[in-house]
Design a protein around this ligand. Structure first.
Ligand code: ADP
Ligand code: MG
Ligand code: ZN
Length: 187
């Protein structure tokens, strides 16, 4: 029976779009249906909590921290119905193939991740994942400048828009991210 239910659902969009909230909403529904769910997150994302997936409005659930996509296999059993992964863009590209394999085996795969980096360009392997997905929900946040639907994540370094060439890690700088629309996004 499990074979028929395998699919890949991707929840994407910029920061603050409600990706994690939506992932948690789907996980909660599945819990009511008494399904066996494994929730993963990359260990790099230690925002708010270890061993927990947490949204910006403090909704949360227990999760397994993984450093490599292939670590997922250590937790899969014959009883696993659902695999959920938050912030999938921080994993290695093997994550895409694993999502495919899991779905082919009949597991419902629910993942969330950024579709763009702070420059506004596609985020690593996300284009491939979005193409292979059975369902894609692209959510928007609210632009902090003009209140239009926001599709981009603005990176601010010491309060100013980051430059296109700025390294991902800037020692000694204060960094912030905010949701912005196409027109208010600056690089
Ligand atoms: P994501 O996982 O996409 O970063 P979350 O699910 O963690 O988003 O958080 C979404 C929540 O963030 C919203 O429900 C709202 O409470 C809060 N929020 C803060 N800033 C914004 C914004 N600019 N636009 C929309 N929601 C925002
Ligand atoms: Mg999130
Ligand atoms: Zn705007």
């Amino acid at each position: 029976m499990r074979n028929q239910t395998g699919r890949i659902e991707v929840i994407t969009g910029p920061m603050y779009a409600g990706k994690t909230e939506e992932l948690l909403r789907r996980v909660r529904r599945a819990e009511y249906a008494e399904e066996n769910i494994l929730v993963f997150k990359p260990v790099i994302d230690n925002r708010y909590a270890e061993g927990e997936v947490v949204s910006h409005n403090k909704s949360h659930t227990r999760s397994i921290n993984i450093s490599k996509a292939k670590d997922i296999w250590n937790f899969i059993t014959d009883d696993t119905d659902i695999v959920a992964i938050d912030e999938i863009q921080f994993l290695d590209e093997e994550a895409v193939d694993i999502c495919e394999d899991l779905a082919d085996q009949g597991i419902r795969v629910i993942v969330s991740g950024l579709d763009r980096n702070f420059r506004g360009d596609p985020f690593s392997f996300m284009p491939r994942l979005l193409t292979l997905a059975d369902q894609v929900d692209k959510l928007t946040a609210v632009c902090v400048k003009c209140h239009a639907p926001a599709t981009r994540t603005q990176r601010l370094v010491n309060g100013k828009p980051a430059n296109y060439d700025d390294p991902i890690i800037l020692i000694g700088a204060t960094e912030a991210y905010e949701a912005r629309c196409r027109h208010c996004h600056q690089v």
